[in-house]
Write a protein that binds this ligand. Structure first.
Ligand SMILES: Nc1nc2c(ncn2[C@@H]2O[C@H](COP(=O)(O)OP(=O)(O)O)[C@@H](O)[C@H]2O)c(=O)[nH]1
Ligand SMILES: [Mg+2]
Length: 283
């Protein structure tokens, strides 16, 4: 599914109001809040609209783009290979699915990808990620339930070096006995990465489920404090009328949204683009 189609329900909510002959700011405020734009961003957007003049639609679009700017990543120097990307997030947010989609995305762009199956907590996890690796046609280092996830990551990066893989995707657990246990495990995986390869993991991306709404922001803050995230991936944007969630995520966390998940298939991952997003949200 494309981004436009994905945002259809949110757009339905907003576009009628913003193109109305007389702009009803109260109605628009309620619609922005229900689209999960969040209180702070909604206030900023309405303030801008209150002095918009002729073309409120264009003003809103520009303001959304402005709010989303400032976290883009410049062209960083390419890391020494293999680049290690750790995927984290709560249970059910879409990590494993996203690892599969990213594997396909990078493989299609000529990168040699290997997956570390570092969710060793759940029974079915190893099998699920194996199926995604197969779909994407990439290599994987398997694990057994209960195995040390640090050891899996160690083996994967070591093999990546020996066999010239350039991209390591680390699928992690989302649920442990407690949140503290989970964070401790993720920190340990991070330490193992840097022991095998100084500077790794180059990226730690949090997967956030769009349908969770504002609660997702609090989750994200905890992950960011403990791990130092470098980017966000928003999943399940398809089918939700809460497509505004990307705006508070960017302004509250000051982290870039890199990709959005638009379905359950291998190709349902879009690179995030603020201009395209702002337009798809309201026009
Ligand atoms: N509609 C939709 N479903 C998704 C998306 N990403 C993941 N899912 C579904 O969310 C559920 C949990 O995904 P999973 O990858 O197992 O989450 P994990 O526990 O974080 O690894 C699965 O049923 C996926 O098919 C998405 O972008 N759109
Ligand atoms: Mg998983």
């Amino acid at each position: 599914m494309g981004l436009r189609e994905t945002l259809a329900r949110t757009r339905q909510l907003l576009s009628r109001l913003i193109t109305a002959k007389t702009l009803n700011l109260e109605e628009l405020e309620a619609a922005l809040i229900s689209a999960d734009v969040g209180a702070r961003a909604t206030a900023q957007l309405l303030e801008r609209l209150s002095r918009a003049g002729e073309n409120p639609q264009a003003a809103l679009e520009q303001e959304i783009i402005r709010l989303l700017s400032g976290t883009e990543r410049g062209n960083r120097p390419a890391p020494e290979t293999p680049a290690v990307i750790m995927i984290v997030g709560v249970n059910g947010s879409g990590k494993t699915t996203t690892v599969g989609k990213l594997a396909h995305y990078y493989a299609a762009r000529g990168r040699r990808v290997i997956i570390a199956a570092a969710d060793t907590y759940r029974d079915a996890a190893a099998e699920q990620v194996r199926i995604w690796a197969e779909r994407a046609g990439v290599a994987i280092v398997h694990s057994q339930k209960g195995q040390d996830p640090g050891a899996v990551v160690f083996d994967t990066i070591t093999r990546a070096r020996q066999q010239q893989f350039d991209t390591v995707l680390v699928d992690t657990a989302g649920r442990l006995h407690t949140r503290q246990d989970l964070m401790a495990e993720l920190e340990k995986i991070k330490r193992v990465c840097s022991k095998v390869k100084p500077g790794a993991p180059e990226e730690i991306w949090l997967v956030l489920d769009a349908t969770v709404g504002q609660n997702g922001l609090r989750q994200a803050e905890i992950f960011h404090q403990r791990l130092g995230l470098t980017g966000i991936i928003i999943t399940k944007l398809d089918g939700t009328a809460r497509g505004g969630i990307i705006i508070p995520v960017v302004i509250e966390l000051k982290l870039p949204v890199l990709f959005v998940g638009t379905g359950e298939g291998l190709n349902d991952l879009e690179q995030f683009n603020p201009q395209e997003y702002a337009r798809a949200l309201i026009r």
